[in-house]
Structures are given as C-alpha cells and as structure tokens.
Write a protein that binds this ligand. Structure first.
Ligand SMILES: *Cc1c(COP(=O)(O)O)cnc(C)c1O
Length: 430
C-alpha cells in the first residue's frame, strides 16, 4: 500500500490490535510493569533492550499515541509530555546546558516567552529573541559558537505570523544547529515542518490535537535527520554515567534525540503524560482532519465577515485572507492533504476601532462565543491576550509580539458558521 494520507493516519496509525484484542486503544492505567527475571529488568535499566519499566518514563497507551503523532509528522520518534510547556522545556534541556544560548522568534506564545526569558535564564540558558520579519542577516548576527538551536511557531499564537520554516532551517543548518518548530496551531493536517527542513517539532496537544479542551498535554517529535554528533552537543557523544556509559548518538542513531529526552529528562524531571490524557488525545486525533477542515472553512467565513465590518473593526488578522500580509507564506506552508489552501486554522485576531473598552464590551456581549483561557477547540471562544495570556509581558514585549491593547483573539469553533456570525453581529451592534 502506498503512503497513507493524513486523514487516514489520524484514524488508523498508532494502536493496531492483534487477533481478539480490544478494537479501541486500551488505557494502561498502571505505574509499573511485570518481568519474569531481574536480569531482564536490569537490561531495561541499561537501555540494552526496549520495554516499559515505569510510567514516569514510558507507558503503552502513551506509546501508541506517540506512534500516531510521529506518523502524522513524519518523524523518527515522538515523546508525549505533561503539557505543551514541558514539551518546549524538554527540547531546551535536551540541547542546552548552562552557558549555552538559543534563538527564538519573539512572535510566539506568551507562556513560552516567560519560560524562555524568566525560568531558563535562571538556569544560565540564554534566549535571544529575533523579529522573524527582520532581515535574516540581523538574526544571523545573534548566532555564536554557544548557540544550540533556533525556535519559531508555524502559525504564531496569537499574532498569527507565519514562520518561514525553509529560510530559518537553512540558516540553522549553515551553523550546524537544529530548527525547532511549535506546530500547535497549524497541526500536521495543515503543515508538516519536517518537509520544509525543520528538525524538531513540538505541540501543545491541549489545542487542536485534543480539540475538545479536555486535557493538557504536549509532544516532541524528532525528524531523525539532524546530526547531534557534530561536536556541538556533547551530551549526545560523551558516555552517560547514569546509564553505564551509554553514548546516545552511537547507540540510538536516528532515535538519539527522543531516547535521550525520555531516559534522562522524563526520568529526572517527571514531565510525564498520563495514560488517560493520552487516550483523550488519541480520540481527538481521530477527527483532527475533519475538524481542521471545518475550523478553517468557518474561520474563512468569519474573517471575511470581520473584514466587511470596517465600521467597527479596524484590523483583521487572518493569514487565510488574501489581504493579510502573511497570506503568501500561509499559502506556501499550510495545505490540506489534497494540496488545497483552506485557511490558517480557526484563530483570528481583530482590533476594534474603539480600543480596549470596545474590545471588552464586544466580548462581554457575545452569547455563543465564550470567554475562556483557551483556543483551538470545538467551541467558539474569545480571549483578550493583553489582560490574560500575555498579561505577564511588558508593553514592549507585547508590541514586539504583535499584540495591541485592543486585540481580541477569536477562536472559531466547528458550530454552524451562520450562528457564529449572527452572534458576532449582535455583539458588534452593542
Ligand atoms: C498553549 C500553547 C503552548 C503551551 O501549551 P500547554 O499545553 O498549555 O502547556 C505552547 N505553544 C503554543 C503555540 C500554544 O498555543
């Protein structure tokens, strides 16, 4: 059989039951696993043979979902984590030690900005933010011999900037460092960053992958193509004392990145997913393709409606619109499985002409769309980033991340689009 298409992989990849086994992915709600001999278990601890020891490190339910996500992204291996935040943290800790630095676009999720700027800097790992729309030569000047990777979001939350993955992948590779992409908003249905040269992908599975706002989770996927044995990443090439001198790059080849992350970071930081949450993500993934089609077509209609209301809305940010400056990049990177451009996910940002007060009044008047600290699930919702998710950012960071005080982030769900638009119309009338 030829390579399966994404919507088929969403349903069929991962758990594949044998004869007489449960048809649906079972939840292995067990912390531990039984072995017949202590020698066998000892081999597991020495990483000499694969197998589950303890759910902090790996678990069968999670592993099946990791296999599905890995197949969707086209990677060499995947590791689920307790949250999107911990997925990003795992990438940084897998590549950097105190004294190292990395480059990140400033146009990213607010929680990731604080993780990088506040917590990681406390550990002696420095983030150097860049403007992804600035000339590449300026960004390149930030790279030195301690730079370990470059980071950006396919479609940025909430500025919706589209990251030029190919360009930044070649910049990273010119300097022998990997490119890591947060693909949360695009999902593998709309974009597979590895196809454009990215080396590592992270997701907050909390968003479209789950799709129902029922669990918090994350995942890291490695393409298996980056050479971590190039001398810049000593923890991949030096013997690891905590596993009897194992050398990750030698022993695990294409799986080196994920194996090191799992056996060191999961073991020591315990940023593990729960099997039940993995089950929920798997359930969500089964309908990812259908939902993304609907999120996109709904968002296109809602964005066009917003555009038609120039009387009250001063700006509409939606890369799916021809009028949006990111439209060309969106058309390059975001395509469904038939190669069609259907939009840039369900998230739209708008600026109300009346500024902060008008934004708050508009949001409070919505009936169908609920005010929640969440995006990218089945239900239409709204959020005011400046006073909520991005509250911790300074005004300068807010401006650099493309967030004005009157900006409203609208997450278009999968309801009937006419109902969503009718709700917006009545709220705008107020
Ligand atoms: C939500 C989000 C995160 C953080 O994920 P959690 O699951 O909430 O920890 C990271 N990146 C992006 C783009 C997000 O939208």
């Amino acid at each position: 059989m030829s390579e399966l298409r994404i919507s088929t992989k969403c349903v069929q990849e991962g758990y594949k039951p044998g004869n007489g086994e449960p048809r649906v992915l079972p939840i292995y709600q067990s912390t531990t696993f039984k072995y017949d001999s202590s020698a066998h278990l000892g081999d597991l601890f020495d990483l000499k043979s694969p197998g589950h020891m303890y759910t902090r490190i790996s678990n069968p339910t999670c592993e099946f979902v990791e296999e599905k996500i890995n197949a969707l992204e086209g990677g060499a291996g995947a590791m689920m984590t307790s949250s999107g935040q911990s997925a990003v943290f795992a990438v940084v800790m897998n590549l950097c030690r105190a004294g190292d630095n990395f480059l990140s676009s400033i146009s990213i999720y607010g929680g990731t900005v604080t993780l990088m700027a506040a917590e990681l800097s406390r550990m002696g790992i420095e983030v150097r933010f860049f403007d992804q729309n600035a000339p590449l030569s300026e960004t390149e000047k930030l790279i030195d011999d301690k730079t370990r990777f470059i980071y950006g979001e396919t479609v940025a939350n909430p500025a919706l900037d589209v990251f030029d993955i190919e360009t930044y992948a070649s910049l990273a590779h010119r300097h022998d460092i990997p490119l890591c992409i947060d693909n949360t908003f695009a999902t593998p249905y709309l974009c597979r960053p590895f196809e454009f040269g990215a080396d590592i992908v992270v997701h907050s599975t909390t968003k479209y992958m789950d799709g129902h706002a029922s669990q918090i989770g994350g995942v890291v996927i490695d393409s298996g193509k980056f050479n971590y044995a190039n001398g810049k990443f000593p923890e991949f090439t030096e013997p690891n004392a905590s596993y009897h001198g194992v050398v990750f790059a030698e022993q695990f080849g294409k799986q080196a990145f994920i194996t090191k992350a799992r056996t060191l970071l999961m073991r020591d930081f315990g940023i593990s997913p729960s099997p039940f949450n993995a089950y929920l993500v798997n359930m969500g993934l089964e309908t990812l393709a259908l939902r993304m089609e609907r999120h996109c077509s709904n968002a296109m209609k809602v964005a066009r409606y917003f555009e038609s209301r120039k009387d009250v809305i001063s700006k509409v940010f939606y890369p799916g619109l021809d009028s949006d400056p990111r439209n060309a990049l969106a058309k390059k990177y975001l395509r469904n499985e038939n190669g069609e451009f259907i939009g840039s996910c369900g998230v739209i940002s708008i600026e109300l002409a009346g500024g902060r007060e008008a934004a708050v009044r508009f949001m409070d008047s919505l009936r169908l769309a609920a005010i929640v600290v969440h995006v990218a699930d089945a239900r239409t919702s709204v959020l005011h980033p400046a006073s909520t998710t991005h509250r911790q950012l300074t005004d300068e960071q807010l401006t650099r991340a493309g967030i004005s005080p009157g900006l409203v982030r609208f997450s278009v769900g999968i309801e009937n689009p006419d109902d969503i638009i009718a709700d917006i119309a009545q709220a705008l009338a107020k």
